[in-house]
Design a protein around this ligand. Structure first.
Ligand SMILES: [Zn+2]
Length: 245
């Protein structure tokens, strides 16, 4: 299988990463949100490959509040969100936030999921390493979720990641694609709590949310399989946004 065949089979809705970025600009311009009028808050994995998208989003939207943890899950906690709340420009008595949260996965030139080639690194390397570690662990026969500590102080992000993913994985384990989709679902779910915290304030907060799975292909090809794309206006309904037109 080639990279393109694998991309089409597993992520039929994926778009080039630059279209994800420019699409966010175009679709938000229609609801009156422009660079400088909103605070971007971004969560991509700590992996330098994932950070390339963060850099592009910052080029488009300006310096972002960093929400990132391993696999792209939000790890900043309540205190982090409350801190960010005060950093958005105040415009006509309102604040606007752009929440971006993306899990990620490599797809190599043979179409294999979870693999990527990094410049200067011999052979293939794993992406997302954190999600592959969870995938491997949950394949073991002797996994007993309840025995696992909720938070390992020496490995806080990974232990929490495993703790949250494990209950969603069927007995016997799942492949890396399923685990990556679960990570994206957790990010989707967490955006609701972020919105709630941004709203727990006297200043009305309008929040755009974009989630997805960032895909690293061969020779620097970057795609995004989009998830949630909404603009949630304080006191109004959440409006669906289109990244494509
Ligand atoms: Zn990762």
């Amino acid at each position: 299988m080639t990279f393109t065949e694998s991309l089409t089979a597993h992520f039929p809705d994926a778009i080039p990463a630059n279209q994800f970025v420019s699409g966010s600009q175009r679709t938000l311009a229609r609801v009156g949100v422009h660079r400088g009028s909103a605070l971007p808050m971004i969560a991509t994995c700590r992996d330098e490959l994932a950070f390339a998208l963060t850099a592009e989003l910052q080029r488009a939207w300006g310096g972002a509040f960093n929400m990132a943890g391993l696999a792209g899950l939000f790890t900043l906690g309540r205190t982090g969100v409350i801190a960010a709340r005060g950093h958005a420009p105040l415009i006509e008595g309102r604040r606007t936030f752009l929440v971006f949260g993306l899990a990620h996965i490599g797809v190599d030139e043979d179409g294999e999921l979870g693999q990527v080639q990094r410049p200067g690194v011999p052979g293939k390397s794993h992406t997302c390493g954190a999600l592959l570690a969870v995938t491997d662990e949950l394949r073991g026969d002797d996994v007993r979720v309840s025995d696992y500590p909720y938070l390992d102080p020496q490995d806080p992000e990974q232990s929490r990641l495993r703790d949250r993913i494990a209950p969603r994985v069927p007995a016997g384990g799942a492949d890396v694609l399923t685990v990556t989709r679960i990570a994206r679902e957790l990010i989707d779910q967490d955006t609701a709590s972020v919105i709630e915290l941004l709203r727990a304030d006297s200043v009305p907060a309008d929040v755009a949310v974009f989630t997805g799975i960032h895909i690293h292909g061969p020779r620097g090809a970057e795609y995004v399989d989009p998830g949630i794309a909404i603009f949630d206006r304080a006191g109004g309904d959440a409006e669906k946004l289109s990244l494509l037109d």
